[in-house]
Design a binder for this molecule. Structure first.
Ligand code: C2O
Ligand code: CU
Length: 550
């Protein structure tokens, strides 16, 4: 009895120490390397971590400190890893953005990422140097509620899926294609991957679809065999979904099952029920679903391309009801996604995303409003995505016609760094426009590092100050990624309260590579001593250290 009490009090004491020190330390030793892999049945080269693709899943509790000792085994190129959705409060040098928060880690060298995961939620990590995310450098990062706390939603089990898209052409060749003159577009992905697994040139649904695809001949241990979700009847599951696609916007559905959307980007939502959902690159969600369908069957889980004319087959896996065999294929075809260009459908889904009651609300007014016009331009004949036809002014010309190809299609290079006064409230109005060709305007999911922002609203055409009356200040969702629809605008608000230098960019890898991003620098003077290894090279860090006046 005494021993038990001793153990119990030790446990209580350790809990105290843990919470006083803010959670546990979790240590990881990772090596990044190129490996031969068959993500979709065709062998190619991926960037893996410790011999795995996708990289290992990090699982932690809110308040824990993550230590990742990352060694670059790539031989001829640098590497960094960005922890997407983690705000890096007080540790901006661990944000993992090459040339913004740190220098790329040289071949053979090791860098220690040490940062706190302060908020429960569904996140992921990925390479942020060149097009290394396209090369497959990514994995999941799941943060559970702090020790002793309860999730606010009840469920019996959970799954985690990370969505991506895959090209047979290597990422280096893609980089050369995009930056050549004239630009060569990379085209649509060959395959959509669920947890790094997809099927090229064969279909799991061949027996029920009328396409010409042949059935997949899979053995269970194949690298491209689908990751099956095994469930029991009459239970509720949480499905965590994150998208790290290079290009594709997706729509996800579970055949016959409704989904209750409860989390977005690590923030709780006012739950709403859907048959399928859109997910853009850089976003994450949690949905709850109940296994209340005919238990003698299995069901499809499908992802389909949205917003671009699809040339890529659906990505598929199976919801496997116990005790059915996992190889028992669903008897009906996979769910049909809304038409790729049905933007009204996307907008109505997006407009349902609202913060759960009791979530933090935005300051009622802003100190500064930055307008970022997204245009496709030529710079010396190279195709680029420019912001305000050259950064960094706060606004673009008021007579700019967002509905037509630009009269002057040229742009210039700018530094794109915005200095924000510490602790001020900043609005960003993302303004979409016509791309180079007439009647073309693309989707761009913009992602902010170092913060969550409130999404105050979406609108059509060119933003005017009148639209401010329509801003949602009552229950706007907090997110780290928000989409701008074709020919539309999106209004965001955040508080510049996290000293550091933060990237803000379109999460479509080729768009970022073609210039679609800016940098926000705030309160840099307030940073304590920056670890030396994070300052060894790179213009931005040094420039900011020397020249910051806020
Ligand atoms: Cu997930 Cu700067 O991106
Ligand atoms: Cu974009």
């Amino acid at each position: 009895m005494k021993a038990v009490w001793f153990l119990v009090s030790c446990y209580i004491l350790s809990m105290f120490i843990q919470s006083a020190m803010g959670g546990k330390a979790r240590h990881f030793k990772w090596e990044v390397e190129y490996m031969h892999w068959s993500p979709d049945g065709e062998e190619g080269v991926v960037m893996g971590i410790n011999g795995q693709f996708p990289g290992p899943t990090i699982r932690a509790r809110a308040g824990d400190t993550i230590h990742v000792e990352l060694t670059n085994r790539l031989h001829t190129e640098g590497v960094v890893i960005h922890w997407h959705g983690i705000r890096q409060i007080g540790t901006p040098w661990a944000d993992g953005t090459a040339s913004i928060s740190q220098c790329a880690i040289n071949p053979g060298e090791t860098f220690l990422y040490r940062f706190k995961v302060d908020k429960a939620g569904t996140y992921f990590y990925h390479g942020h140097y060149g097009m290394q995310r396209s090369a497959g450098l990514y994995g999941s990062l799941i943060v559970d509620v702090a020790e002793g706390e309860k999730e606010i939603f009840q469920y019996d089990g959970e799954f985690n899926i990370l969505l991506s898209d895959w090209w047979h052409k290597g990422s280096h060749e893609q980089e050369v294609d995009l930056s050549s003159n004239p630009m060569r577009w990379i085209g649509e992905p060959q395959t959509l991957l669920i947890n790094g697994r997809g099927q090229f040139n064969c279909s799991l649904a061949a027996h029920v679809s009328n396409s010409s695809a042949s059935p997949c001949k899979l053995r269970g241990n194949e690298q491209y065999a689908p990751h099956i979700l095994r469930v029991h009847p009459n239970k509720t599951y949480r499905l965590r979904i994150a998208s790290t696609t290079a290009l594709a916007s997706l729509n996800l559905a579970i055949g016959n099952h409704k989904m209750l959307v409860v989390e977005a980007d690590g923030n709780n939502l006012q739950p709403f029920s859907v048959d399928n959902m859109d997910i853009y690159s850089g976003e994450s969600y949690s949905v709850l679903f109940t296994t209340n369908q005919d238990p003698s069957k299995n069901y499809w889980i499908s992802i389909s391309v949205r917003g671009r004319e699809p040339r890529t087959p659906q990505g598929l896996t199976i919801l496997n009801y116990h005790p059915n065999s996992a190889s028992k294929l669903p008897p009906s075809p996979p769910p049909i996604a809304p038409r790729w260009d049905n933007y009204e459908y996307s907008k109505s889904f997006t407009n349902k995303i609202l913060a759960l009651k009791g979530s933090p609300t935005p300051p009622p007014t802003h100190h500064r409003r930055i307008f970022l016009l997204n245009t496709q331009n030529f710079i010396d004949g190279h195709t680029k995505w420019a912001i305000n036809n050259a950064s960094p002014p706060d606004r673009f010309r008021p007579d700019y016609d967002v509905m037509r190809p630009a009269a002057n299609q040229n742009s210039t290079y700018g530094s794109g760094v915005y200095m924000l006064r510490f602790n001020t409230t900043v609005d960003v109005i993302l303004q979409n426009a016509n791309a180079l060709r007439a009647n073309v305007s693309e989707i761009h999911p913009w992602h902010l590092h170092g913060h969550d922002f409130w999404v105050l609203g979406y609108g059509e055409g060119k933003f005017t100050e009148k639209e401010e009356a329509k801003f949602n200040l009552k229950n706007p969702p907090l997110r780290n990624t928000a989409v701008i629809f074709p020919f539309g605008w999106t209004a965001l608000r955040f508080v510049a309260d996290n000293p550091g230098v933060w990237a803000f960019h379109c999460h479509i890898e080729p768009h970022l590579h073609m210039g679609m991003g800016v940098v926000f620098a705030e309160g840099v003077r307030r940073l304590g001593k920056i670890p030396n290894e994070a300052l060894g090279c790179g213009l931005t860090g040094k420039m900011l250290m020397n020249n910051v006046n806020n």
